[in-house]
Design a protein around this ligand. Structure first.
Ligand code: MG
Length: 164
């Protein structure tokens, strides 16, 4: 007996000079990076919120407060690993994950497979279960003006008997 649980996540970070750009656990060559307390990986933050939403366990800010020095500069892959370890030990597995990155630049396509592989490794699934789409915002809004990058995620978890 098992049930499925849906989760949704969204995040946006400002693009600023003097920071590395890390998306989906992959460092991408670019003249700006995302500002934030951790590495500001906007895609992974949205994934973490989607997992926490699916299992009804708060949000990324309640687990990793941005005023806690323990999380300063931390790799978001490490945060994802912590959250996923918790979900998995509670009996959940990933059915599939679909995401969209909204960024005017840089181009996401050349890095898509590396991101899928990095996420699949942490989530313990084959990369085929992880989708990463990319859009520009046609010049509109903070993403369109190149001031920010945003990400949206939905995912489906399978809850095995004894959980949820
Ligand atoms: Mg964030």
């Amino acid at each position: 007996m098992h049930a499925v649980r849906i989760g949704q996540g969204w995040d946006r970070h400002r693009l600023v000079p003097g920071r590395k750009l890390v998306l989906g656990g992959v460092e991408i060559p670019f003249d700006k990076g995302l500002d934030g307390h951790s590495d500001a990986d906007v895609l992974i933050h949205a994934i973490i919120d989607a997992i926490l939403g699916a299992i009804g366990s708060g949000d990324i800010g309640s687990h990793f407060p941005d005023n806690d020095p323990a999380w300063k500069g931390v790799s978001s892959l490490d945060l994802l690993q912590r959250v996923w370890d918790g979900a998995r030990s509670a009996g959940y597995s990933l059915v599939n994950l679909d995401s969209t990155i909204i960024a005017e630049a840089p181009k996401i396509g050349p890095h898509r497979d590396a991101m899928r592989a990095a996420l699949a490794r942490v989530l313990g699934v084959e990369a085929a279960r992880i989708s990463i789409k990319a859009k520009t915002a046609e010049g509109c809004g903070p993403e369109g003006r190149g001031e920010a990058v945003a990400a949206e995620v939905v995912l489906l978890l399978s809850a095995h008997s004894g959980s949820g």
